[in-house]
Design a binder for this molecule. Structure first.
Ligand SMILES: [Ca+2]
Length: 381
């Protein structure tokens, strides 16, 4: 090989090596999204991983509330075939339970029972090892109507001819009250109410069959992790200030007929509000506090003592199911991220609703495998 040939060969080798290094760098940048100009394509790659069949997604900027103040954040929302929006929650761990002692809650907001506040103790670190999609808002009256229209389903309130409703200044059983007639005006954009745990499960079963994914209710741990959105050490996702509910949640506001209220809050809704009317938490989830109580999957146990800390699902049996988050009629002591309400599976009130999740498994190398995908020939993911 002569001198010119050697120079040519080394030049070719150098160019090949440089090209290879550039390709590797591009791959790493795309994977970890460290550069803003490729952020969109990188987020598309991540968003597509394991996307359920028939779903679409869209990223948009919105103002979210955090304990450090409101901020602008880009969040990817996923839509199923009904147009229900979801946020993807990956593996995580958080401090589950009340940041305040039962005595502190009791003295800060008199009127409740000390025993209620012991349910959220002992506070513990919980790990969630399975990713999940959680609806960005509760199931709406319109979505529930679609389910009823397709199945002819009768809710527990309809079968038994009554539900608990707020009337004449008090909560009581009212004949003829159900999700279509909660004794206040609703549009299809409001959360469905008067639904029992049984009704929520029936909706999930119908949607699972329709969509070819397993829809279910969030476990308490999933719910609280999502509701806190990283705000583990404060009472609400916006911080510890009760008046911070203004513009962020539909709670019992000042001047209502309920005998209690969030101090300094006038959200303008005496009953339910259309979903997503207020500033969401850092995950982009709306109405985790207030609007409607949300059924969770777990059986109720009166403390966290002895329960799993990895993917906890509550006790194996029980007689009561858990509700979380408070509602339009709820005072600050109960309308908190940590508070645990509970009622029988056929209970229904004009303040009870639910949101759904879709669970998937995700490994450390980010490969996603849906354990619940049914036959879907058109699915290319
Ligand atoms: Ca209100």
């Amino acid at each position: 090989m002569n001198h010119l040939s050697r120079i040519f060969l080394w030049t070719v080798l150098f160019l090949l090596l440089t090209s290879s290094l550039q390709a590797t760098a591009k791959l790493e940048i795309a994977e970890f999204a460290v550069s803003s100009d490729i952020k969109e394509s990188a987020s598309n790659v991540n968003a597509l991983k394991g996307l359920p069949c028939g779903w679409s997604f869209q990223s948009r900027q919105l103002t979210v509330a955090t304990p450090q103040g409101d901020s602008l954040r880009e969040i990817t929302f996923y839509q199923n075939s009904l147009g229900m929006e979801f946020v993807k929650i990956l593996l995580g761990s958080f401090m589950m339970g009340d940041t305040l002692s039962p005595q502190e809650v009791h003295s800060k907001w008199p009127g409740g029972q000390l025993e209620w506040y012991k349910r959220s103790h002992p506070r513990r670190r919980v790990q969630l090892t399975q990713g999940f999609y959680i609806a960005s808002a509760p199931v709406t009256r319109g979505q529930f109507a679609h389910f009823v229209h397709q199945t002819g389903y009768k809710t527990d309130a309809e079968k038994q001819g009554r539900a608990r409703a707020f009337k004449d200044g008090k909560w009581d059983w009212q004949d003829g009250v159900d999700w279509k007639n909660p004794l206040f005006d609703q549009t299809n954009a409001h959360p469905v109410v008067c639904v029992s745990y049984n009704d929520a499960i029936a909706f999930c079963q119908w949607l699972s069959q329709k969509e070819g994914q397993t829809y279910t209710l969030p476990t308490e741990a999933q719910w609280e992790y999502a509701a806190r959105a990283g705000a583990d050490s404060t009472t609400w996702y916006w911080g510890d200030d009760e008046s911070g509910a203004q513009g962020r949640a539909n709670t019992a506001d000042e001047g209502n007929n309920l005998r209690y209220a969030f101090e300094g809050v006038k959200d303008g809704y005496e009953f339910t509000s259309p979903i997503a009317s207020f500033t969401p938490n850092a995950f982009g989830l709306h109405d985790t506090i207030g609007n409607v109580w949300e059924w969770c999957l777990d059986w109720f146990q009166d403390s966290y003592s002895g329960l799993d800390t990895i993917d906890p699902e509550g006790p194996p049996s029980g007689s009561l199911r858990v509700l979380r988050g408070g509602s339009w009629s709820t005072n600050p002591r109960l309308c908190r991220a940590a508070f645990r309400y509970r009622y029988a599976p056929d209970s229904r009130r004009t303040s009870y609703g639910f949101r759904v999740v879709v669970v998937f498994s995700e490994t450390r190398n980010n490969s996603v495998k849906h354990s619940t995908v049914l036959d879907c020939p058109a699915c290319l993911h």
